[in-house]
Design a protein around this ligand. Structure first.
Ligand SMILES: Cc1ncc(COP(=O)(O)O)c(C=O)c1O
Length: 364
């Protein structure tokens, strides 16, 4: 099998051993005479797979007992709406709920846009600084009586990471789509954490949500049932047909993560591998440039620029010739982006760094 070095920002590279296992088990699952993806989601065989993935998420993410683990659909994008619907919406016409949003880039902005109608406001916005960093806690403007502060712990497009989770008097809601299982979550500071599986945990189609149990009953009666966290918490995420393939595959990736050191192992891996690319940028005498403040540089999405768009185009073409794929930055910002999620082989990072050095030597 010929595999390229795939730096895609999501869906992302998965462990080849997991893909092979899925291929082997796909036609017939454990002697059942059918594929798991053809089976009723009420079948005890699927039920075991489902609960294994739930259990692995709880164990690997070190989730405390007073949180529910939910397996949903609709991506993190649906959570932009579900979070305020459950935590801010009210049937009381006299109430004026508020929630602060840290806008460190495009995803924080999208989350705020969906929350604005429910009382969301910007507690900080990095637009004037071209989204080059996350703010310190002292820079946040949190209005009195706010229900929560929303953070995007890693802005996937800008390549900006919140270096330390805030420790505040107010509970937080976190979009952790692009740094799930690359850092330990301080659960006592959060009411809700969400993210799509398709970067660090598995294939697309599954959204992993962690909800503090005490918030489950807060949604007003007018919220439709699928959009209430409680619906999913009280049914072990089997209220409707779950994304069975993604849940099955994610369970396998989680077992791979467990065998490779769990969250501590992935955290060390992310720090080390991103540092390899940042070092190549720093050592290039300005040939490559990172637009992100040093303290906030992402460990999962390394963004960098070259001297001109023409040179960037040449970089991408030559990279592809070497099997280095999906290095183009997001269409909204341009430049380069190397997404280095949990399952990307370290060898791929080494090949990228060697290529960067060679390209700089040839074109510098
Ligand atoms: C930080 C962040 N939030 C939200 C999203 C949207 O996720 P989804 O495509 O799962 O809706 C993304 C997608 O890349 C993301 O990186």
């Amino acid at each position: 099998m010929e595999r390229v070095h795939n730096f895609c920002a999501g869906p992302c590279t998965l462990p080849v051993s997991v893909i092979q296992e899925l291929a082997d088990e796909l036609p017939e699952f454990e002697g059942s005479g059918m594929s798991l993806i053809e089976m009723s989601h009420r079948d005890p065989v699927y039920d075991r797979v489902h609960h294994e993935t739930l259990g692995l998420l709880r164990r690997l993410c070190l989730v405390p007992e007073d949180f529910s683990v939910l397996l949903l659909q609709g991506g993190a994008s649906l959570q932009f709406a579900m979070a305020p619907m459950n935590l801010l919406a009210t049937d009381d016409p006299a109430a004026t709920p508020r929630a602060g949003y840290v806008v460190g880039g495009s995803w924080g902005m999208k989350a705020l846009q969906d929350a604005a109608g429910f009382g969301g406001y910007a507690a900080w916005d990095g637009a004037d600084e071209h989204y080059a960093r996350m703010p310190a806690a002292t820079e946040l403007t949190v209005e009195d009586g706010s229900r929560y502060l929303h953070v995007t712990s890693n802005e996937t497009i800008g390549g900006i990471r919140l270096p330390e989770f805030y420790d505040l008097d107010i509970r937080q809601v976190g979009d952790m789509s692009s740094d799930y299982l690359t850092r330990t979550i301080p659960w006592d500071r959060f009411d809700l954490v969400y993210g799509g599986a398709q970067k660090n945990l598995g294939p697309a189609g599954l959204t992993v949500v962690f909800a503090r149990n005490s918030i489950l009953e807060q949604a007003p009666a007018s919220i439709p049932s699928y959009l209430r966290y409680q619906t999913h918490a009280t049914t072990d995420s089997l209220a409707n047909t779950p994304p069975v393939f993604a849940i099955w595959a994610t369970g396998k990736v989680l077992r791979w993560i467990e065998a490779n050191g769990g969250v501590a192992g992935m955290e060390a891996r992310a720090a080390e591998r991103s540092a390899m690319v940042y070092r190549a940028i720093e050592d290039s005498d300005g040939f490559y440039r990172s637009p992100v403040d040093v303290a906030c540089r992402s460990r999962t999405n390394v963004v960098f620029r070259l001297g001109s768009e023409e040179l960037e185009g040449r970089f991408l073409t030559e990279a592809e010739q070497q099997g280095l794929m999906n290095l183009k930055g997001h269409r909204s910002v341009g430049g380069m982006r190397a997404s280095i999620y949990n399952a990307l082989p370290t060898e791929s990072v080494g090949v990228l760094v060697d290529f960067m050095k060679r390209f700089a030597a040839n074109h510098g």
